[in-house]
Design a protein around this ligand. Sequence first.
Ligand code: AKG
Length: 357
Amino acid sequence: VVVPARVESLAQNGLNAIPIEYIRPVEERKDMGDALEVVEAQVKEGTLPIPVVDLGDFNSENKEIKQACVDSVRKAAEEWGVMHIAGHGMSAELLEKVQNVGKQFFDLPVEQKERYANDQASGNIQGYGSKLSNNSSGQLEWEDYFFHLIHPEEKADFTVWPKEPSDYIEVTKEYGKQMRTLAAKVFSILSLGLGLDEDRFDRELRGSEDLALQLKINYYPKCPQPDLALGVEAHTDMSSLTFINTNGVPGLQVLKDDRWITAECIPDTMIVHIGDSLEILSNGRYKSVLHRALVNKEKVRISWAVFCEPPVKLMLRPLEELVTEETPAKFTPRTFSQHFEQKLLFKKDLNASDKTK
Ligand code: AKG
């Protein structure tokens, strides 16, 4: 088993300069910097922020309010491929519990977390991990993570889930259940936005099984040189949708019109990304957003990303309702796993976290 260096251990050593493997090439450094400073500068500058939509309006009896909600979600998904959602319906209490159990796990000493280490070389991708330096450039990311499937429950392998804290499993299971409900709601709105039957995207994406929801808790230690390192390098997600919650520390950046826009932390909202699977089904109407994570000098950042993935054998192709003479199919059919393999051909290194990219 190759055990990579944990970024947390490196950060604890009080370095003034980061090891060379974490230094990004010059071409990637546009709009990089300390996330706390970058987001502040962006607000001052009046940069167009990532749209905020209120999903609560979708439950309105008033047809116009409901339609305005559908329109705003469609517009954000078409123009940005990412949005903040308010009115998502998940209780603040559950979200707080999810954050507490995740933080309590990461507060354990590294040696104790090491008992949950994944083994990427043998394909055991669930568990505690960090990027392995197995490509020629040796490029690494400034984060450690915990990755595991949380829904459907029958597919979850509870033996790899954290046993400490003792309520981790119960809380995270409930999160998986409620995330599935939320995903169904977002699919309804996105289906109606393109004039499709309300259950169209969900029905197509779950196939004869169900969506697989994968949780990745990203733990980004403080970084002495945030202008040179990335917590997560630029990628689009393979998923249909990805939901992101954070501990209130900024870091996420999305590419829009050739500029990296940093997500602000807006209380009581979460972020939703459109992933590749939905981009393909929507025949490119909804954009799979390119994103990355910055780090900062002052605060540990933790994010909880839930990737809603179709079954691996599911055939991804543009929905027939969206393929016309004026809008021919932009994507060739491929299964979800073939899509994964095709993407990897363009990348030299295989890592656990790449399963989601
Ligand atoms: C990933 O884990 O793939 C991410 O993109 C994380 C983004 C974030 O931490 O906000």
